[in-house]
Design a protein around this ligand. Structure first.
Ligand code: PMP
Length: 435
């Protein structure tokens, strides 16, 4: 840790050592917009791995859970657990309130007009598959086109490709420049009378690029084209306002925003959501069933067949209340500082080649080391207690654009520290030097 940073972070060492923090300290830090103290809320971050303090730089893959999320889930299972919507008893009412409260929290996080615009799904992957099967099947026919970016995660490519192949449509990827940013003029040129859907990441998981989705959405909507935004890498890092963005659909996963796995959500603009046919059939999504005919519920119930992941939704609601309590602007500002520091550390190592250097980015660094296999670099960092990801990050077209099949990816969250970034830089320098 550099001298100048030491005073601000004394409490992290105290928390690591298991010491109790001064009463009210965390509350004060939060009130002041300082989110660094919140690190103490994450039990998993305070452990040793391979004899070193764990440095969790794999936040783009998944995030750790703060105590309020763990407590909310335990409390739910200990006290309030029941199936939702059906039974007319006290626990059913409590569980339904908790589940619907989580839906309201998602609506608030995204700036939706109402909770009815939020559909719970298992995660981003399921959300995009649902949209490909409903929106896609209704809109896309032979000769039509779906425009997406070169930076997409496979979850925002493959479902559209499966749809396109089955109906005789095709995917049109928008190219990116050397920095890893989409080329807006090329995007404008790709939009045509044949474009039915635009599917875009808000933030690239492989490169960290923040796409200029606001103008991209506006250009699509001016032509009456529906837009689906994959927000998996955005919601934990940037304030999101779906109404200001003008997106028709916005999808994310709970586990990337400090919530549990097995839960995520689709925001769908009310008027558009109402036009979609159901996806899976079963209980909870119907109004009336006979052997001849079924009528369906209004959204969001129309898209939530069967028993949902109730406990995970409760955990997601708690996670959202937690980040909103810290303040998304404070989180974004903290990560911006960490991201600059991370890039500075990496730029300082001659044999490191950064993949993706767009001006507008989150605290993600993707890189390769000359003469070293990415998996070896990942393993060597793990030996230092540092968790990064090495591989194709489920974004093969994005990496191939830069002539590589795999990269090492360090991805940060607000709970990471300057000290960890310096530890990462020093460890990587040692690994590069072969010591
Ligand atoms: N899109 C992006 C941009 C992602 O980063 C991820 C997860 N790596 C996904 C989609 C898929 O999310 P999940 O595996 O939670 O469904």
């Amino acid at each position: 840790m550099s001298e100048g940073l030491a005073p601000a972070y004394y409490f992290l060492d105290a928390a690591r050592a298991g010491a109790s923090l001064p009463r009210g300290f965390l509350e004060q830090a939060r009130a002041a917009g300082d989110v660094t103290g919140a690190r103490a809320d994450f039990p998993a971050l305070h452990q040793q791995v391979n004899g070193r303090p764990l440095v969790w730089f794999d936040n783009a893959a998944t995030t750790h859970k703060p105590r309020p999320v763990l407590d909310a889930m335990t409390r739910f299972y200990e006290r309030d657990y029941s199936n939702v919507h059906r039974g007319a008893h006290t626990l059913a009412a409590r569980a339904t309130d908790a589940y619907e409260g989580a839906r309201a929290a998602v609506a608030q996080l995204l700036g939706a007009s109402s909770a009815e615009e939020i559909v719970f799904v298992r995660g981003t992957t399921e959300g995009i598959n649902l949209l490909a099967a409903t929106l896609g099947r209704s809109l896309v026919g032979p000769g039509d086109e779906i425009v997406l970016s070169t930076l997409e995660h496979h979850a925002n490519i493959v479902p559209w490709q499966m749809l396109a192949q089955s109906v005789g449509a095709r995917l049109r990827p928008v190219p990116v420049d050397e920095s890893g940013q989409v080329q807006l003029d090329a995007y404008a040129a790709l939009l045509s009378d044949r474009t039915r859907i635009v599917a875009l990441s808000h933030v690239s998981n492989a490169l960290g690029t923040v796409l200029p989705i606001e103008p991209m959405i506006a250009m699509a909507r001016a032509r009456g084209i529906r837009v689906v935004v994959d927000g998996a890498q955005a919601v934990a890092h940037l304030p999101v306002d779906v109404r200001a963005l003008g997106a028709d659909f916005y999808v994310f996963s709970g586990h990337k925003i400090f919530g549990p796995t097995g839960i995520g959500a689709i925001y769908g603009r009310r008027d558009v959501l109402a036009t979609l046919p159901p996806w899976q059939g079963g209980g909870s999504m119907i109004r009336d069933v006979t052997f001849e005919h079924t009528t369906y519920s209004e959204p969001p119930a129309r898209f939530e067949a069967g028993t949902p992941s109730i406990g995970d939704a409760v955990g997601l609601g708690a996670a959202i209340r937690y980040v909103m309590g810290l303040g998304m602007p404070a989180i974004a500002a903290r990560e911006d500082r960490l991201g600059h520091l991370l890039m500075a550390e990496l730029s300082d190592i001659p044999s490191v080649r950064l993949i993706g250097t767009a001006a507008h980015r989150v605290a993600v660094a993707s890189f390769v080391v000359e003469g070293r296999r990415t998996e070896d670099v990942g393993r060597a960092l793990d030996g230092c207690g540092i968790a990064v990801r090495s591989g194709h990050h489920c974004a093969q077209p994005a990496l191939r654009r830069f002539g590589v099949e795999t990269s090492v990816r360090a991805s940060l969250a607000f709970y990471n520290t300057e000290e960890e970034v310096h530890t990462f830089g020093a460890s990587l320098r040692r690994i590069v030097r072969g010591r």
